[in-house]
Design a protein around this ligand. Structure first.
Ligand code: BGC
Length: 460
């Protein structure tokens, strides 16, 4: 039959997939490299050149359950831009989302000037305040801004670089809070209260922390990937003070930007990097996150087609088009062969049953690598927290969010299984964050207010 393949062909397919399969030893090795890079990032002087930036967040405490009040939250940098009204209820230890609104950010704004971007944000916020009848109240605002920022204070945050699909001019090197406030002042028809800047990983950790106070790690595996965790202040050399802890935004997406992951990069990863809008940076992210996984799969399928191992050697127009293989197809295809057939048909490919199985194998190989690399990085963090505290055994919780983690049929299982092997002395539980970047941002703002209040009371 036309769907039969020779053993030789199977071997050739495997030859292209083999570089994606990382052994346990390799993952341990990757984890050891990240451990060193994290130390470099925390250092006072070494951090300038560090690939893993280890950014202080000025979040010094996780929630203690006494926070309360009404807050606004903005969420930029995930799948959608959102504006939210959030209420933190002390008595019930709950965070309520009163209402929220999604505002589209058109591509021309994502790649336009910073001024236009912030005007757009300020306009969305105005519209939301009107719809909620909140104009006139100056509520504190938590701004989940999911990009690497050098934070000087909770309300001063300088964008280091854009990532994912954004590239607005005049924002890198600038204080994002100032840009937001200027845009609001340009309008002059409403005002906001104090602002707290929050990375989405931090929001995710904080929103879970209200429910589970052992939640000291936040992780995102969505459009981009990253994690934060509570580090001992004495190890955070760039911020004064020795006591207590501070949340560190690792920006692990930049791992490998100094060439340290060269041995595990495939030709497909190199191609994805070259054609991205930010070549040369966020190496680790490009092997893991939703913005890139579909494109990696497309390039592998294309290569196999060119070698006449798939689709009778005929690529379709769609398969030849960058970005046409969406990351969500990976989840769908792995979910069942029937889905695989539908998607291959949609991509106008002339497939047979073996093609569908091979396509599924490719998806599985690429998503497994992503899950295992995340596991290696997460295990590094868990092990670090454990040794920081001089413990033989650590029990901890990770607050997690992101489309890849949530939507893929077995990503979370693979990730957890690999973490167990890579951090055998840690008992890591996972808590999916319900709207971390919205509610979490409000939590950060609330905790900052609580700490400021304590600080004031100490003076009185
Ligand atoms: C950004 C991080 C963010 C992550 C997940 C990355 O591209 O650099 O700041 O946390 O995406 O959204």
């Amino acid at each position: 039959s036309r769907s039969r393949r020779t053993r030789g062909e199977a071997v050739k397919v495997e030859k292209h997939l083999e570089p994606f399969r990382l052994s346990l030893e390799k993952l341990q090795d990757v984890s050891a490299r990240l451990r060193k890079d994290m130390l470099r990032g925390l250092g006072k002087h070494a951090h300038h050149r560090a690939a893993v930036k280890m950014l202080p967040t000025f979040v010094r405490a996780t929630p203690d359950g006494t926070e309360k009040g009404d807050f606004l939250a903005l969420d930029l940098g995930g799948t959608n831009f959102r504006v939210l009204h959030v209420r933190v209820l002390e008595e019930e230890q709950r965070v309520l989302k009163m209402d929220s609104q999604i505002c589209a950010i058109p591509q021309e704004i994502m790649l336009g000037t910073g001024e236009k971007l912030f005007d757009h944000i300020a306009a969305c916020l105005a519209e939301f305040l009107d719809s909620q009848k909140l104009r006139g109240q100056t509520l504190p605002l938590g701004f989940t801004f999911s990009f690497p920022c050098e934070q000087k204070e909770i309300d001063k945050s300088i964008l280091i670089r854009w990532t994912k699909g954004f590239n607005c001019s005049g924002v890198e090197g600038e204080d994002v809070v100032r840009l937001l406030k200027e845009a609001i002042h340009r309008r002059g028809d409403y005002d906001i209260g104090s602002v707290a800047m929050v990375n989405d990983t931090v929001g995710t950790m904080m929103s879970c922390g209200y429910r589970d106070q052992s939640c000291e790690i936040g992780m995102i595996i969505g459009t981009g990937t990253n994690a934060c965790y509570m580090e001992e202040m004495k190890n955070v050399k760039r911020v004064e003070g020795e006591d207590g802890r501070m949340c560190i935004n690792t920006e692990w997406g930049g791992f490998g930007d100094d060439g340290s992951l060269k041995d595990i990069l495939t030709e497909f990863d190199e191609e994805v990097d070259k054609t991205s809008i930010n070549p040369g940076v966020h190496t680790f992210e490009k092997m893991i996150s939703g913005m890139y996984l579909g494109e990696i799969v497309r390039l592998v399928l294309l290569k196999l087609t060119e070698e006449k191992l798939l689709f009778k050697g005929c690529p379709s127009e769609a398969l030849l088009t960058p970005g046409s293989f969406e990351t969500k197809f990976i989840s769908e295809i792995e979910d069942g062969l029937e889905n695989a057939k539908k998607i291959l048909t949609k991509l106008a490919l002339d497939w047979d049953l073996v093609d569908a199985c091979v396509a599924r194998l490719v998806c599985d190989t690429v998503s497994s690598r992503s899950a295992r690399l995340c596991a290696a990085a997460l295990a590094t963090i868990a092990n670090r927290i454990r040794t920081n505290r001089g413990l033989d055994h650590l029990k901890t919780t990770v607050g997690v969010d992101g489309t890849v983690y949530r939507k893929h049929p077995n990503f979370s299982d693979e990730l957890q299984a690999a973490v167990r092997l890579l951090a055998p002395k840690c008992d890591v539980s996972f808590l999916i964050s319900e709207d971390g970047s919205g509610k979490g941002a409000a939590m950060v703002t609330a905790v900052a207010q609580r700490l400021a209040l304590h600080c004031m009371l100490n003076f009185l």
